[in-house]
Write a protein that binds this ligand. Structure first.
Ligand SMILES: [Zn+2]
Ligand SMILES: [Zn+2]
Length: 255
């Protein structure tokens, strides 16, 4: 029997305008970073976690104006809460998967299967048991979990601008981890929200939808970006030196 969590989301204020939310009771493989970015006219919620508990409720104190829920890509751990938001942004190549997810998703290791569990352990994501280590409330039924569909209201491609009034993010199409992976790049501050294109942990380039030659091109592109800070889809944020290290390690392994 799993313990009951006091609260489902942890919340960390990174700066005046950026807040990190995450789900500590989800195993690292599926524990994504959820970034709330405050703008003058509109805020962003970049990714939304697993959808096990309400992100909208947990973040209510942050949601004082229009907010766009961005999908950096449509893996289960990044889109679980999108259905709770009115305005939803995704790359054109993954809008279909957001609206009609390819699988229903699961929290159960028995459904994931021993082979897949072993593969994840080999690439650096061991987990022992199911995908959560606590329940959101006492009568939560893990088997009832599914990924809620969400219909995009804004479909983007490379070069589109996401305008918050006082800050502008450029959409970078960063495929490789998934076909429609995007980053949001704020040139004025050198800030990149990278999704799963790059993070400071084991990268996944052999899962369904991933493509190594494409990933290599994305890495080379990111290497040339004048980044000051990367807020990624998983793991801690990092600066340009670490970005170059991560890219070079990837290129050494794969290129
Ligand atoms: Zn992913
Ligand atoms: Zn992810």
């Amino acid at each position: 029997m799993l313990p009951i969590a006091d609260r489902w989301f942890e919340i960390k204020h990174i700066s005046d305008d950026i807040t990190l939310l995450y789900e500590p009771h989800v195993v690292p493989l599926m524990r994504c970073n959820i970034w709330h970015v405050r703008g003058r006219d509109r805020d962003l919620m970049i990714d939304t976690g697993m959808g096990i508990a309400s992100l909208h409720d947990a973040a209510r104190h942050l949601l004082d104006k229009e907010v766009t829920a961005v999908a950096t890509h449509t893996h289960d751990d990044h889109i679980g809460g999108h259905h709770e938001f009115d305005h939803i942004l995704v790359h054109e190549l993954e809008a279909g998967n957001l609206e009609a997810p390819a699988g229903r998703g699961t929290l159960l290791a028995s459904v994931i299967g021993a082979d897949a569990v072993r593969k994840y352990a080999l690439v650096g994501y061991p987990f022992d048991g199911d995908l959560i280590t606590a329940l959101p409330h006492a009568d939560y039924d893990m088997a009832s979990y599914y990924v809620h569909p969400a219909k995009a209201t804004e479909i983007v491609v490379e070069g589109d601008i996401v305008d918050l009034g006082d800050r502008q993010f450029e959409v970078l199409h960063l495929p490789g981890h998934s076909p429609g992976s995007i980053g949001l790049w704020e040139a004025a501050t050198g800030t990149l929200f990278s999704g799963d294109a790059i993070y400071d942990g084991p990268l996944l380039d052999e899962i369904g939808g991933a493509d190594i030659p494409t990933y290599i091109r994305t890495m080379k592109r990111l290497r040339d970006l004048p980044v000051r800070v990367v807020h990624a889809g998983h793991d801690p944020s990092f600066g340009r030196n670490r970005l170059i290290q991560l890219i070079d390690a990837y290129l050494k392994k794969r290129a």
